[in-house]
Design a protein around this ligand. Sequence first.
Ligand code: SAM
Length: 198
Amino acid sequence: MKDIILEMERYAIANNVPIIEKDSIAFIMRYIKMNNVKNILEIGSAIGYSAILMASTDPDIKVTTIEKDESRYMECLKNVKKCNFEEKIEVVYQDALDVNLSDVSYDLIFIDAAKGQYTKFFEKFKYFLKPNGSIISDNINFHGYANGEKEATTKGLKGIVTKLKSYREYLENNEEFTTKFIDIGDGLAISFRDNNGK
Ligand code: SAM
């Protein structure tokens, strides 16, 4: 398993695939254990790195992970198979905004896909969160651009930063959820429903 994870890290660097920072996934894995998380929905699988690590924290954990890029989805399936995690991880090849979920609910929803669509993901998937569940969003600082440490210069970057800043505001002013911002890795936000899990 350790070898497969190392191989995935090397693959990600060689092929320019963005995967979660080590400190962030270590934090999430501790969070999963401490909060007895069993069912996880991940938006943005890439090659399955975070899904596999989250699934590895406990024998009973089930992860559903969604990826819209075909080659990453294929790579993710390969990696899940290599780890013998086919029973633990379901990989869905679709745009998360088009996925139809019904009669399911999750202890944890992990948002790690297109940065400009975080508010849409949150609004769509919050209905599938268990009452005591939480939503974790990654890259909330976006390399220092979204938390005001650095100024975006290019047009593309400015667009993403504006949307991420507005997502941060959306979380800060949300009347249904309370969010803690954690300066770990590229920044994590953990959102809890107000009447629960605070
Ligand atoms: N969670 C992964 C990890 O740490 O191993 C990394 C995910 S990577 C940062 C983001 C992934 O989200 C990309 O592979 C991208 O193709 C995918 N993605 C972006 N927008 C998406 C969407 N609307 N639906 C599904 N996948 C999406």
